[in-house]
Design a protein around this ligand. Structure first.
Ligand code: BG6
Length: 463
């Protein structure tokens, strides 16, 4: 829901870095192709490059991402580019950035930079009088614990009003994540089931079959809990568990999400299992004897009227058997089927939202087979078949950021609440258990679910 602000320029800090090359350029190109881009693009980085060289590297990264490039669309995009090189932590390049802006007063500054540079860059922009009507988009991580997230917010708030800060978490740009709000509230069949009367537990799985590979020196300081649970998965949980927003604004939506996060008590170290895949310690950049987790599983509670007594189980890990991210609601068992000659207990229904790959929804039913025994019958929908190809997350987020649509950007209180929830696990990390590559993590993760249905095999594409 655009809030009246619209960018008149896009300034990308860190334009020669990995993120800009892999995500930002292809997203800009797709927007250009669809006729949705109409601002100049100013790239800023330390390397000495000409604008022509920047255009050249943009073309290469777009070719890599898209397979082929439409020349006319690329030419239009290329004609928007200017490059400014310099040390962004000093005042030196800012007059040149101002010159490139040519009097435009509502730039979107996109910081594809390490978080340690967020505050220094924003301070320099302010000193150069370039932020009054601007907005600043920041890529996660927003801090590395609760104290540093608060400190970062305090620093940014010295120069920027809260609505000028857009915190980018690419999960919030994923179509199935956005779809959740609609599926839940536009369908009474879902809305009626979505509470403690019908649901016995909630499982969220984010499995990746690849490992840390060349990201050892980054990942070893982070671990699975900080990398994907504190941000992506807790924000997904907030959307799964929230009450309906009262209006269409970003604040209406975030008020409801934050209410859920506030209802979640601090996580307990006794309900947290950490794992590390065999071979992780041999990766370049990983500290000798490192105890960083590549797998995290935890149990949370939501203490509100809708969810009290329904445990939430979250697991995320690298080098697991498959790549799949899903949310699963396990419903109550029905009473025994006394009308059958042999009344057995049938399996409970489950609702699965697959966030990726191949986003979709599955309703797992029970039906009677020819052999007079019940069988699980899946009712599946694949969103791309029904709803068309979605926008890529970065395309959606960049467009939203440029057009003043704040709904997809994490609000400060949501970020602080999610750090608050996981903080005890960071302060008192339990031991890390090894697990074999290609397994579902250490067996200890199963113990978290004592008294609830066990971890379910995720719904994989094609099954
Ligand atoms: C990133 C994490 O934020 O999300 C990565 O740093 C992870 O470790 C990635 O692999 C997963 O994103 P996606 O969109 O591929 O599921």
């Amino acid at each position: 829901m655009p809030g009246g602000w619209e960018a008149d320029a896009l300034v990308i800090f860190g334009v020669t870095g990995d993120l800009a090359q892999k995500m930002t350029f292809p997203a800009l190109y797709r927007l250009e192709r669809r006729g949705l881009l109409d601002v100049p693009v100013i790239g800023v980085a330390g390397r000495k490059l000409t604008t022509a060289e920047l255009v050249d590297s943009a073309r290469k990264s777009i070719e890599r991402a898209e397979g082929s490039v439409n020349d006319a669309a690329f030419e239009r995009l290329a004609s928007r580019f200017t490059y400014v090189s310099g040390d962004v932590t000093s005042p030196e390049p800012y007059p040149r950035i101002a010159h490139a802006l040519g009097g435009r007063r509502r730039p979107l500054y996109y910081l594809a930079m390490p978080p340690s540079l967020f505050a220094p860059i924003v301070d320099e922009l302010a000193a150069a009088h370039l932020v009054a009507q601007a907005r600043v988009a920041l890529e996660k991580p927003f801090g590395h614990d609760l104290a540093s997230a608060r400190a970062l917010n305090r620093q940014l708030n010295q120069v920027l009003a809260p609505e000028q800060i857009l915190r980018v978490d690419h999960f919030l740009g994923k179509e199935p994540v956005i779809e959740l709000e609609y599926l839940r509230f536009a369908n009474s069949a879902m809305a009626e089931l979505w509470n403690r009367d019908s649901v016995v537990s909630l499982q969220i799985t984010m499995a990746e079959e690849f490992g840390v590979e060349t990201r050892g020196s980054f990942y070893d300081k982070v671990g699975a809990l900080r990398d994907v649970v504190q941000n992506h998965l807790l924000l997904v949980l907030a959307l799964v568990a929230m009450d309906p927003p009262v209006g269409p604004s970003a604040d209406d939506l975030w008020d409801k999400k934050v209410e859920v996060l506030r209802s979640i008590p601090d996580a307990s170290v006794h309900q947290y299992v950490r794992g590390q895949y065999d071979g992780y310690l041999q990766l370049p950049g990983v500290a000798p004897g490192s105890a960083t987790e590549t797998f995290a599983a935890l149990r949370l509670e939501i203490n509100n009227w809708r969810w009290e007594g329904v445990p939430v189980f979250i697991r995320a890990g690298k080098r697991l058997p498959a790549r799949v991210t899903e949310v699963r609601l396990i419903l109550r068992e029905p009473p025994r089927l006394n009308f059958l000659p042999d009344p057995g207990q049938v399996a409970p229904n489950q609702i699965v939202l697959r966030i990726g790959p191949e986003p979709g929804m599955r309703l797992q039913l029970s039906a009677l087979s020819e052999e007079s025994a019940w069988r699980l019958v899946p009712l599946d929908t694949i969103f791309a078949h029904e709803l068309g190809e979605p926008l890529a997350p970065y395309e959606r987020l960049l467009y939203a950021a440029l057009t003043g649509d704040d709904r997809y950007f994490a609000r400060q209180d949501a970020v602080e609440q999610s750090w608050r929830i996981v903080q005890p696990l960071l302060t008192y990390p339990p031991p890390v258990y090894p697990y074999p590559v290609g397994s579902w993590g250490p067996p200890e993760a199963a113990e978290l679910l004592a008294g609830s249905p066990p971890w379910q095999q995720p719904w994989l594409p094609g099954t």
